[in-house]
Ligand binder design. Structure first.
Ligand SMILES: [Zn+2]
Ligand SMILES: [Zn+2]
Length: 238
């Protein structure tokens, strides 16, 4: 994987940054990314916030019945629905009280990464790629509260599986989205599934598609069900 550590503005391998994208990236970095920020640490903390609760929940499971195990596929379907809805309605529309999410995603993330310029210049650009840690911690706390409710309403095993799958889906979202913005020659992109998901998300970064198509990142089930699945870029006249 080839980053351009020495030069913040060198183009990723195989492409040339347009003047507009280059200027926006320079402005974004100067305004938003603190000097102390380390992308590797951000990624490691994100993985830790997923692994610790999911391993704990997994270790507490006992005598799981087949019916309780159905929580796993149900949560995969729910995760796809949740991401599709959040992405389409919260991240791409300025909703009252949630405008900050729209600003960070539509106005910043989508301008930093376009279909043509889909790769970071170095790991400090993970700042605009991964969710802020505050979002991950907030989501984890809400998940734990919901998990406790599921324990009291259904059973301990279903509550543990609910929490495990919710944090795991969040972790998968973060990892697949990060992989979707890695350089084209990154080793993980030799996996055909990751490569296909990367292209699915890259198409979403085409300004003509971003508010309409490819809202899923990990499991494109609801893009398929809701008619928002794009397999290629629109022709020039569309
Ligand atoms: Zn993206
Ligand atoms: Zn988007």
């Amino acid at each position: 994987m080839q980053f351009h550590e020495g030069s913040e503005f060198a183009a990723p391998t195989g492409s040339t940054l347009s003047d507009d994208t280059q200027a926006y990236r320079a402005t974004y970095r100067a305004r938003h990314i603190p000097a102390w920020y380390r992308g590797e640490l951000h990624a490691a903390l994100t993985v830790a916030c997923v692994l610790v609760p999911s391993l704990y929940c997994g270790s507490q499971l006992h005598d799981v019945r087949a019916l309780e195990l159905s929580t796993v596929p149900i949560m995969l379907v729910f995760g796809s629905l949740f991401v599709w809805t959040l992405h389409k309605y919260v991240l791409h529309r300025p909703m009252p009280g949630l405008r900050k999410a729209y600003v960070i995603h539509t106005l910043q993330h989508h301008r930093f990464y376009t279909y043509e310029h889909n790769e970071p210049d170095n790991r400090r650009d993970y700042y605009i790629t991964l969710f802020p840690m505050s979002f991950g911690i907030g989501l984890a706390l809400i998940t734990l509260a919901l998990g406790r409710w599921v324990v009291s309403a259904i059973s301990l095993n279903v509550g543990l599986l609910f929490t495990l799958m919710a944090v795991t889906y969040y972790g998968l979202y973060e990892l697949v989205h990060l992989a979707s913005h890695l350089p084209n020659d990154a080793a993980v992109l030799r996996l055909p599934l990751l490569r296909a998901l990367r292209e699915h998300h890259r198409l979403h970064h085409d300004p003509r598609l971003m508010g309409k198509k490819n809202f899923n990142v990990v499991l494109p089930l609801f893009d398929w069900l809701c008619g928002t699945y794009a397999r290629e870029r629109p022709s020039r006249c569309e």
